[in-house]
Write a protein that binds this ligand. Structure first.
Ligand SMILES: [Zn+2]
Length: 348
């Protein structure tokens, strides 16, 4: 049994004095019930239920400053909603585990609870399934009526855009949803693990070596097409987030081998690790100076390989230059993608 509110004794209304007159106003319990109901309708998954902007932790060991600035942007967004934001949403971009969904849910909850916005949370893969299921074989068309809440939600959080690659017709429907929302000035908040770079062109792809192709990470443009990616830049403000995986990112940057966010795959990284321990083993064998072994090594190793004591992580170890503000957008992404000069020279 729910406890009866002591303020209104369950009526949901309170009589208050306003300008010398007694008027009936909604009691806090009623407002709270309504907020709870709307929050339920937003369908935030249980694992994110507790996420708020309040309990987002932007400062921990190894945290990047971009997390703090993402939080500031999120708060500003809530504050400016809906007049200043004017239908524009946010595109939260960053690797797994930096709290993109946490921020998105935090915003959604505040807009629902404090602004009375009708909100809806959707995992991208769930949306694709929903679209798939909306297909009616009898009429050979998608029944958009089923998807009405996604079209009409005042604020939609679309989590993990690009996480799956749908078939053409499913994608066309998703594009239609996003475009309609944009045209209707409805707010869409998107998270994605893919870097906010353009789609690689066929010519560029042809010019990559097989190793470069294997090492290249897909971009958001690759995943959703350049047309939609550039549409998203119009309908959302991009917010870059980096975090606990940041060190890993720096490491990857040192193996990056080309434009557009190319960086090392796990396979390449472990190959590099193996190479390093091999180099170390060779080095210590050479230092022991057993003539037959030394000779064999010298004959087999590329010139200068032993003497220089190559350390692959030299590329990584360079300290990050001091900077006032975290680099964002292309400036920052560009650094991920820039090849290590040492490796370039080695390949000459
Ligand atoms: Zn009450």
């Amino acid at each position: 049994m729910e406890e009866i509110c002591s303020l209104c004794e369950g009526s949901g209304l309170r009589i208050v004095e306003e300008g010398g007159r007694q008027v009936a106003r909604a009691c806090e319990c009623r407002v709270a019930r309504r907020a709870a109901r709307m929050l339920e309708q937003a369908q935030i998954p249980r694992r994110y239920e507790e996420c708020t902007l309040e309990n987002f932790e932007p400062k921990y060991d190894g945290a990047d400053r971009s997390l703090q600035s993402a939080l500031v942007q999120a708060r500003g967004f809530v504050k400016g909603y809906p007049v200043e934001t004017d239908g524009k949403g946010l595109l939260l971009v960053g690797p797994v585990g930096v709290g993109k969904t946490h921020i998105a849910v935090g915003i959604l909850k505040e807009l629902v609870q404090e602004r009375g916005a009708h909100g809806l949370f959707y995992d991208y893969r769930e949306l694709l399934k929903e679209v798939q299921n909306s297909y009616n074989q009898k009429v050979a068309a998608t029944e958009l009526e089923v998807l009405r809440p996604v079209f009409e939600a005042e604020v939609l959080v679309l989590d993990e855009l690009g996480a799956a690659k749908p078939s053409d017709w499913v994608w066309d429907t998703v594009a239609h949803i996003l475009n309609s929302r944009y045209n209707d000035r409805r707010t869409t908040i998107i998270t994605t693990n893919f870097q906010n770079f353009e789609e690689i062109t066929k010519t560029e792809l042809r010019n990559l070596t097989d190793i470069q192709k294997a090492a290249r990470e897909e971009t958001l443009g690759d995943r959703i097409g350049e047309r939609m990616r550039s549409r998203l830049q119009e309908m959302c403000v991009a917010v870059e987030m980096y975090g606990e995986d940041y060190r890993q990112l720096k490491k990857r940057a040192s193996f990056a081998i080309g434009p557009k966010g190319a960086s090392a795959t796990p396979a390449l990284r472990s190959a590099a690790e193996a190479l390093r321990s091999a180099a170390e083993a060779l080095q210590s064998a050479a230092e022991e100076d057993i003539p037959s072994i030394s000779k064999a090594i010298q004959d087999a190793a590329p010139e200068g390989f032993i003497a220089q004591r190559p350390r692959i992580d030299e590329c990584v170890a360079a300290p990050e230059p001091e900077q006032e503000k975290p680099l964002v957008g292309r400036a920052r992404m560009g650094r991920w993608a820039s090849p290590c000069p040492k490796r370039l020279n080695e390949n000459d």
